[in-house]
Design a binder for this molecule. Sequence first.
Ligand code: DGJ
Length: 731
Amino acid sequence: MPIIYDKTRKVFALNTPETTYGIAILDGIYVAHAYYGKTIPTEDIRCLLKENEVPYTPSQNGREKAAFLDAMWMEYPESGMGDFRESAFCLRTQKGHKASELFYESFEIEQGKPELDGMPSTWGKKEDCTTLKLFCRDALTDVRVCLQYTVFEHVDVIARSVVVENHGKEPVYLEKVFSACLDIEDRDFQVVSLMGAWARERYIQRLPLGYGRQCAASFRGESSHQEHPFMALVTPKTTQDTGEVYAMNFVYSGNFMAQAEKDPFDSVRLVMGIHPGEFCWKLEPEETFTAPETVMVYSDKGFGKMTRTFHKLYREHLIRSPYLNQKRPILINNWEATYFDFDEKKLLEIAKEASELGIEMLVMDDGWFGRRNTDESSLGDWQVNENKLKGGLKNLTEQVNEMGMKFGIWFEPEMVSPDSDLYRAHPDWVLQIPGRETTLSRAQCVLDLSRQEVVDAVYKMVAEILKSASIDYVKWDMNRPLATLGSACLPPDRMGELSHRYVLGVYQLQERLLCDFPDLLLENCSSGGGRFDPGMLYYSPQIWCSDDTDAIERLAVQEGTALLYPLSCIGAHVSACPNHVLGRVTPFETRGHVALAGTFGYELDITKLTREEKEMVKEQVKQYHQYYSLISEGEYYRLASYQENKQYDSWMVVSQDKKEALLFYVQVLASPQRKSICLRLAGLEEKAFYEVNLISGKEEIRSGAALMYAGLRIPRMTGDFRSLLCHICRK
Ligand code: DGJ
């Protein structure tokens, strides 16, 4: 049974295939946490409660209630009553008091999973998952909170969210509504997070957890390049296949906070939710607030198992696009080929050459609308610039379609340039604070998507373009963080709702787009990978991973991204050399191999390639088709990390039936007299025999056991930045 209620012991056991999560009701009112880890019997859960170590539950010893609250493991700790660790919930009353006591009242267990109002979340059929709802109430304010836990039948994941209802007579102010809290005994934990910047997103960081708090957060209005809505606690010796991992990932695309805190009693509290720093939600009587979802994964077999669990969850229970299971067209994007300097002739030249080489879709990037010839103007004026595209969009798309290619287009719907007709008509539509200079970034302002009329107007413009021609794909970009946070429409005591309302506006826009254009392939993007998060994945099956298209820089970015997200989501293209961000020159073949571990496409002026390079494009296109299902549906194994060994990178994908695998290997710097690398493969069937096709042309037959335990010797390659792909097939 996925969810069991043991009435005698007042215990809830949430069982995924290999884990148990234990909750207990203490003193009839406290929702306490007892256990999370490998599967254990329900009968054991009550004994694991810290009540045995802390014999002063308030019913026994009321005078030490604060000590109890400050030490007990809680499911959803509130501020203001005596738990001085990070709380998960903070409510302010009209009188200005900040305290609440969410006492347990009742529970419900239901098949399936409720949707979260206006927000992305994992989903599942009735037979796939079961949800526990714990109803709690603060008696003084009559604010009620429902803690929701969904257990998946076939994936080791628990999805959590929280719904708050105000049944009182007065409004209350929600200053913090986190989505999850996990209290756990310290095991000398280290904290793993994904940190970065523009062009180097999601580098893996691993640090010991000392006493006090360690946090990852964003205040930028998006999940951000800099920090990622993910945090994991890992035991010190955790590797790819050994050690324990407790991970949380936030299904949300705005401000967030993820924090690990070790207290003086060696308990660790991991919390995740909307960052309270830019948040305060006024909840009127009879109103409801729903917090976004956090998904939790426990792995007893290192990072690899955690990674494959997240991949499975996102492939089977998050991404909704029909393109999830449909082969995506190989695209060519004109951004790095032309930047703003293009017309329909140039695009058609690119399309012609590309179609002859087997590329399937032309994507027209930034610069096709208004008077946009640089990034200084026209965002918001979503009308085709017919000086650039003579004959308009319909003419262009028809000609591209005649070449047998699909057509995609770029938008940045959330933004407006001060030099635009839209801004001149509606200067009050941007985020701004009266009396202060509005902070520009890339010479643009942010539209106030907390306002319904702004959302409607933006949607209308985007939809009109999409209806005007045959458009198969949209790249939805967002090129600046949110600042000067003010809305012309929100009253002062609701201004703290702006950042979250903005994100809800983005979600509404993308939802409407997908409802009205159900066949559209949507790719999210934010100056590269600034909004690569599970919230966005719900709408778009792929997200542009980074503006850094250099194959070697991409190794770290794609390693960090693939730690959580399937390769089929990771936007990756072969681009020109010297690379536009770094100036580095890498072999065309290596660029192809690295892009193949993502959505695969091109971003260069294909008309300028040499004959040899064009032949390589044909070969890469062939490989894409040959390995598509393996890469998009296979299990991912990280074999070596260039970030760690400073020499080489390697990963592989293995088909679900273990009959086929593809090994990727990149030698970063060549070195003389270096001993050859022997890579221990993973995920194969021990007893099966495999034909190993090293691209050098050498074929060998080896057992799965030998490949995994003895390893595969990689042939020496001369030259820097060399790579190889090795196809492995069961005999
Ligand atoms: C940022 C994106 O990451 C790029 O790929 C490109 O679309 C530019 N914006 C266009 O302005």
